[in-house]
Design a protein around this ligand. Structure first.
Ligand code: FAD
Ligand code: NAI
Length: 467
């Protein structure tokens, strides 16, 4: 079988790349080793985690906040099995959707492990051992990432779990110990805290969400602590021992060294990052270069060092985000079709889907200071936003960072209800090179949370109205 393009992996990077290529007239096939399409994101990542975040938030609302709204529903009872089926339905709806889209766009699909047999040749090895050879002009590797392991700690997905196991627990652990205060730790920690677990997060660094704006991290940690999550920062895990009757003993000590302490937990969630996944691809046979972190090296056109082989998504450098993978998929497809695809890495929003949400785009204050860029900061708290007050969701703030000379918006950081949606207007504004004045002079509907974005933009030039 002969193609213009074979994409290996049908996560957000791969399936979007294949659809765009087919739209542009390239004869395209995909190879996926999972039974369903959609990759990590749809099967065991973005979608199931958001379904559980949504359901557990509703449970917490009913449990703790409905009474304040004058709604008496008594004490809600958790049916975890039902909640897990709700999650599974969301996943199935999405993965089936991708299958439909691939078919609709006439992308041929092959199930099995894709191995690059040489430039222009992809071998598909099916689970039953059967194999097929696909001939193709170009290959896009979109094989994604896998859970990073903690040396000496075995993930059994029962007591010691990765995010995949934490999305499948069949009972609410009394004590959940989370290793890593990154996105997964705080999202899934929130899910199980809302459902009744005592959650302790152990983090090696002295802050949560490293990489995000420092002030945002501090305020967010304060909010989560108020909600009942305990943090042990600047602490390293030196051992995890699973007990004979279940549960685990986790030995921790200060990151800088010092006295060790043992913590007991029913379930331990290891979420210390993810690593690029290239197993079984045959990269060494064809000589595709990787960097010291195992990521496939590509140039600005997503081309590897081997002619005709490209790579996108989690398997290459950059933030491990579904929308980054998707945009790279579109860009490489357009380049292969002779167009000029492009991804603006300066404007990739990053959202943590807890309550409240955290959302960020562009540079943090720490990055601007490090790069020696003079900036003005405008901040607006949700306590001063009419809609947030009416809704009783006043935790958090919006911070706009703008170039001191040109007023161009360089970064925006939000902690607050619906921050993930609020960040979208700022991303569009930044993509168009907007100044804080542009955002400030744009009419924002009242009463909406978006007015906090406008007020933070006004605050850059010290003329916020409502504080
Ligand atoms: P993947 O989605 O990992 O897809 C790669 C696919 O390739 C897989 O289906 C795999 O089976 C297949 N594959 C691998 N090797 C082969 C082979 N040799 N042959 C055939 N097939 C192969 N990102 C967000 O933006 N928002 C979120 O809310 C979010 N939530 C997340 C929650 C969790 C718990 C996790 C773990 C991740 C989350 N992410 C989120 C990250 C997101 O899932 C990834 O950034 C995204 O899936 C990367 O897409 P990808 O296409 O590069 O790879
Ligand atoms: P992460 O990189 O976000 O966080 C890992 C955390 O673990 C960091 O704070 C790090 O300092 C800490 N850590 C590392 N080693 C440690 C150790 N030995 N002991 C204690 N702490 C340690 O990684 P995470 O949370 O596993 O997520 C993986 C990826 O998935 C992220 O890169 C993220 O982009 C993506 N993701 C995105 C989501 C979103 O967009 N909402 C949701 C979930 C995941």
């Amino acid at each position: 079988m002969s193609y213009d393009l074979v994409v290996i992996g049908t996560g957000p990077g791969g399936y979007v790349c294949a659809i765009r290529a087919a739209q542009l007239g390239l004869r395209t096939a995909v190879v996926e080793k999972r039974a369903t399409h959609g990759g990590t994101c749809l099967n065991v990542g973005c979608i199931p985690s958001k379904a559980l975040l949504h359901a557990s938030e509703a449970f917490e609302e009913a449990n703790k906040h409905f009474a304040d709204l004058g709604i008496d529903v008594g004490t809600p009872k958790l049916d975890l099995k039902k909640m897990m089926s709700f999650k599974a339905e969301g996943v199935a709806g999405n993965t089936k959707g991708v299958e439909f889209l691939l078919k609709k766009n006439k992308v041929d699909t092959f199930h099995g492990t894709g191995r690059i047999a040489g430039a222009g040749r992809v071998e598909v090895i099916a689970e039953d051992g059967g194999n097929q050879m696909l001939e193709t002009k170009s290959i896009v590797i979109a094989t994604g990432s896998d859970v990073a392991r903690l040396p000496g700690v075995t993930i059994d997905e029962k007591v010691v779990v990765s995010s995949t196991g934490a999305l499948e627990l069949d009972r609410v652990p009394k004590k959940l110990l989370v290793i890593g205060a990154g996105v997964i730790g705080l999202e899934l920690g929130s899910v199980w805290r809302r459902l009744g677990s005592e959650v302790t997060v152990v983090e090696y660094l002295d802050r949560v969400l490293p990489g995000m704006d420092g002030e945002v991290g501090k305020q967010f940690q304060r909010i989560l602590t108020k909600q009942g999550i305990a943090f042990k920062l600047s602490t390293k895990v030196t051992g995890v021992e699973v007990g004979k009757k279940g549960g685990a003993s986790v030995t921790v000590e200060p990151a800088a060294g010092g006295e060790a302490e043992t913590l007991q937990a029913d379930v331990v969630l290891v979420c210390i990052g993810r690593t690029p996944y290239t197993e079984g691809l045959g990269l060494d046979t064809v000589g595709v270069q990787r960097d010291d972190k195992g990521r496939i090296q590509t140039d600005s056109h997503y081309a590897t060092n081997v002619t005709g082989i490209y790579a996108i998504g989690d398997v290459i450098a950059g933030p491990m985000l579904a929308h980054k993978a998707e945009d790279e998929g579109v860009a490489v497809a357009e380049m292969l079709a002779g167009q000029s695809g492009h991804v603006n890495y300066g404007v990739i929003p990053n959202v943590v889907y807890t309550f409240p949400e955290v959302a960020s785009v562009g540079k943090t204050e720490e990055e601007l200071t490090k790069d020696g860029i003079a900036y003005n900061a405008g901040k607006f708290p949700f306590t001063a936003n009419g809609r947030a007050k009416a809704n009783g969701t006043t935790d958090g703030f919006v911070k706009v960072l703008a170039d001191a000379q040109t007023d161009r918006v360089l970064g925006v950081h939000i902690v607050g209800a619906d921050a993930g949606n609020l960040i979208a207007e700022v991303a569009v504004a930044m993509e168009f090179g907007a100044s804080s004045e542009d955002i400030a002079r744009t009419c924002h509907a009242h009463p909406t949370l978006t007015e906090a974005v406008k007020e933070a933009a006004l605050a850059v030039n010290k003329r916020a109205i409502h504080v």
